[in-house]
Design a protein around this ligand. Structure first.
Ligand code: ATP
Length: 199
């Protein structure tokens, strides 16, 4: 599923609307230190639903909005749009062109859009399940992530490998199903008590 373009507007150092077109082959982004290369991968993770300001190198989510410079005043809104060619149906939708947008305002209010229609964060995260993409997926390796894998404890490294292999998701689903089963058993016991009291 090719990534077609990324449009960044008001996100971190990108005060002006900037569109990056991803043509076939490899796209390399080069630039001096501090020019905004990492901000691009962060914009991709953010539009795919990243909820942790810390993992975007901020204290609070509105920190990702352009904060102003010597020549320009701060902006009140950040917007990022990612466009995919979904002809191969990698994403679970019949739409062949998929465009997702996330907006954030300084007051903290935010919006998600799927092909220009408002949607929930959940709709965006569900869209990327099993696609190999998404904010936690290994399609994006941020700075420091490689060292994190090598330096982590064996059990944490196992979690990372399970995530990459797609096992982690099933473990979570199993845990959720077990919790639901326990709740249902409790309910059944309560019903049995009531029935025996009435009998
Ligand atoms: P390096 O090569 O050193 O890793 P880089 O090209 O990856 O650098 P980034 O880390 O993406 O650069 O960008 C850092 C720049 O983004 C800094 O100049 C910082 O001031 C700017 N920046 C971060 N957040 C904001 C914001 N909210 N508003 C304006 N500028 C911001």
């Amino acid at each position: 599923m090719p990534l077609k373009s990324l449009t960044i507007n008001g996100f971190k150092s990108f005060a002006d609307k900037t569109t990056i077109e991803f043509t076939s082959g490899i796209t390399g982004i080069v630039g001096p230190n501090g020019s905004g290369k990492s901000n691009i991968t962060e914009a991709i993770r953010w539009v795919m639903g990243e909820q942790s300001a810390k993992s975007l190198r901020g204290a609070h989510m509105p920190d990702i909005i352009f904060a102003g410079s010597a020549l320009r005043s701060a902006l009140n809104r950040a917007e990022v749009t990612l466009t995919f060619d979904n002809s191969d149906q990698t994403l679970k939708t019949e739409q062949k062109a998929v465009e997702i947008t996330r907006r954030l305002y300084r007051d903290g209010s935010s919006e998600f859009l799927f092909n220009h229609h408002h949607c929930r964060l959940r709709d965006i995260t569900d869209l990327f399940v099993d696609s190999g993409l998404g904010k936690e997926a290994f399609a994006i390796i941020s700075q420091g992530r490689v060292e994190q894998v090598f330096n982590s404890k064996p059990e944490d490294r196992r979690t990372i490998i399970e995530e990459a292999a797609g096992v982690f998701k099933y473990k979570q689903q199993k845990k959720q199903a077990e919790n639901e089963l326990a709740t249902t058993n409790e309910n059944l016991n309560r019903i049995a008590d009531i029935v025996s009291e009435l009998a």
